[in-house]
Each structure stands twice: as C-alpha cells, then as structure tokens.
Design a protein around this ligand. Sequence first.
Ligand code: AMP
Ligand code: GLY
Length: 424
Amino acid sequence: MKVLVIGGGGREHAIVWKLSQSPHVDKIYCCPGNAGIADMAECIDVGSNDFDALLDFVKYEWIDLTIVGPEEPLSRGIVDVFEKEGLRILGPNRTAAQLESSKVSAKDFMRRYGIPTAEHRVFTSYIHAEDYVRLKGAPIVIKADGLAAGKGVIVAGTADEAINALKLIMKEGVFGDAGNRVIVEECIYGEEASFMAFTDGKVIAPMVSSQDHKRVFDGDKGPNTGGMGSYSPAPVITKELESVIMERVMRPTLKGLNSEGIKYKGILYAGLMIRDGHPYVLEFNCRLGDPETQPVLSRLKTDIVDIAFAIADERLSDINLEWKPEASVCVVIASKGYPGKYEKGKVIKGLDDAKKHKDVVIFHAGTSFNNGDIVTAGGRVLGVTAIGADIKDAKEKVYRAIEEIHFDGMHYRKDIADRAIKRP
Ligand code: AMP
Ligand code: GLY
C-alpha cells in the first residue's frame, strides 16, 4: 500500500518512521518532508496547504491512506476535501478541528459540557479587555482566539505585561484575524501534561501520557516555543488520574461533539494542567503533539496502519493498543535565535555517528540538503530520541548521542525530563 504523510517536521518524521515498520506499507511519500524523512520516504515538494496539488498527487499515485501532521491543513478543511473525493485520510474535518482552531469555540464547548478548564472571559473590544485585566490583576493569561503558530498565548506575570499583550494582539494585529477575539483567562499553577487519544468518533482510545517542555531555556525560563523536549510516560498522570481524565475530559468531549452532530475522527489531544491532582484543560489540539509524538510513537507496538484504517472505517473498538513498557525521551536541538528569528543553512555534522548509538533515533524537524550536506532549515532542527529502561536511562542515551552532533549556533535544553527523574 502507498501512504502519504503531510507535513515536514519532527512529528511527521516520527510518523513516517513508524509507518516504515509496517508490513502493510510498500511506499511512503511525504509532502514536503525534510532531509531525515528522505531516508524513508519520497519527499515531494508540495506544501501542506496546497490542497489542489495534494489531491492531484494522491489521485495520480493511487495513495491508499493520507495522514495529516499539522493543524493548519486540518483547520482549513483538508479532510472535507479528501473525503468528498472518497479518499481515506486521518484527521478531523474542518468543523471538528475548530476545537483547536478557535480557542473561543473550545472554551464555549467546555463550558457547555462541564469539562474542567480555567475561568475566562472573551473580548472583542480592547478597552473592555484592559478594564477586565486591571480588575483581575496578575498573574493572568491572554490568548488570541485563532491559530498563531503556538505564539498566541501569553502568561503574564504583571498587569502591564498582559495589557501590552492585549495591545499587540488587538490594536497592532500581530496575529491578524486570529486576534479579533481575545480570551482573558485565570492563571492555573500546576504540572502540565499532554494527553492524546485516538478516536473514530465512537470510541476513544488513550495513548500513553507524555510531557512537553515549552520554554526555551533550562529551568523553564525564557519565552514559549513549539516544544524543546518531551518524555513519555509522564509520571504525573497516574493510572487513577488517567481514569479521571477519560471520564471528565475525553469521553465528555466526544459525547458533546456527537450530540452536536459533529463527527470527530483522528487524534484528540488535551493539553492539561494538573492542579492538586485534578486535570484542567488548557487547550485542545486536533492532531499529534510535536515533540510529544516522538517519544509516544517510539513506545507504540501496534501497527499504525491498522490504527489509521480502523479510525477511518470507524471500527477502532477492534484494535487493542499495545505499548512498550520502557520510557522514551526526546531532546530538541534548535537554531540560534529560536524561538525568535533564527539562522538557517548551517551544516549539521555528526549525524551518522549519533545514529549509531543504540536505542537512539534522530528525528529531523527542520533540515534540508545543500550540495550533499544536511543543513538547518528551521527553528527546531532535530529531535534526538531514545528509548530506555526508565526515563533516566533514556535521557542519558539521548544526551550521549547529542554530543556527536554539531552545527553553528545550536542550542538545546540540558534538563529535559529532570522533573520526572527527581520526582519523589
Ligand atoms: P495553550 O496553547 O493554550 O496550551 O497555551 C500554551 C501554554 O501557555 C500552555 O502550555 C501553558 O504553559 C500556558 N498556559 C495556557 N493557559 C494557561 C493557564 N490558564 N494558566 C497557566 N498557564 C497557561
Ligand atoms: N508540543 C505542543 C503541541 O504540539 O502543541
């Protein structure tokens, strides 16, 4: 069978890597892919949002299954376009994807179904938003309604910082239309975790838990990024808490969607804050997390093609998800400047030596080829991932492999997974 993966980051490399292990798969394509993905798939230079070209390609090549990595094509309705043509594609349709693409819709939805989340108010007028921030005081969270490439949330430590964020979003329009509506939200302190599940719209099957590291520097300092590292499992999600999350968050979400006539198929990802043992939803995503996918798929034993087909054909209840008991850790290596304006085109050395390390896989996030060299081409460049007996073992393997890798200006966090290791 032929499979197409849409996207070109570390998450998509992990999906392609997992697909490459499936006996069902003869050929993998990736649009647009990257230099690492090119080892296992044929990369085609078509962008993730060019639906006409993607559709032409899938029909011409007789692709059996398309898997969508990033949120943008989902929020623009790629699934609607493909399904209309009778093509098999993994992901929610445009309406269902609003759970991620409009934070206001998601908050309204959670309120309707009693899903635990932070208190909030929605504003379309700057002056009312400013008054509300002054009334509530800091810390407080400001969120642009629409997709903002992971930059639309500002956790403000002071009222001035919050008001500054409001000005940038509502007056200067730094996120364009995504900032037409703004959420001002209560700040919740606790431990974050990513909880992802597969769903065919009927049943919802949890994946193993994981945890991201959003801030760019060690000790959770500096601005938010797309994610600087991750590990699975997340010890904060105990078996008991997993049951609570399924009962209070995941199943009510699916039930609520169904009751509104919305069929949600694909991946449902709840970004959670765990406060005093209780989960609160900070956001929903309608796709796999990046970089959470790298350690989570490293632990998946079940054939991903079987899962994808079961979702598409709405018989996920037939699948028994199996996971490796080992732990996995992923550390992201980023370009100089990231998450701000970053450098590109730096030659990456040592990849072959790093790849030889046992139990280590190097997922490429932002790389391309230049005159036979592999060079940097994105903010997040590589996600070095290892599986080990426990998180500490996996972490040590990752950092040993990273010592082999070099490019100008590279930076990465040295404390990924420490929180899990030091946990009492
Ligand atoms: P989101 O995109 O909504 O997950 O927000 C990005 C990040 O901002 C989250 O991963 C948290 O670190 C932080 N965040 C979002 N909402 C809140 C909140 N209500 N309280 C504290 N931190 C938050
Ligand atoms: N790593 C966070 C996300 O994928 O949204």
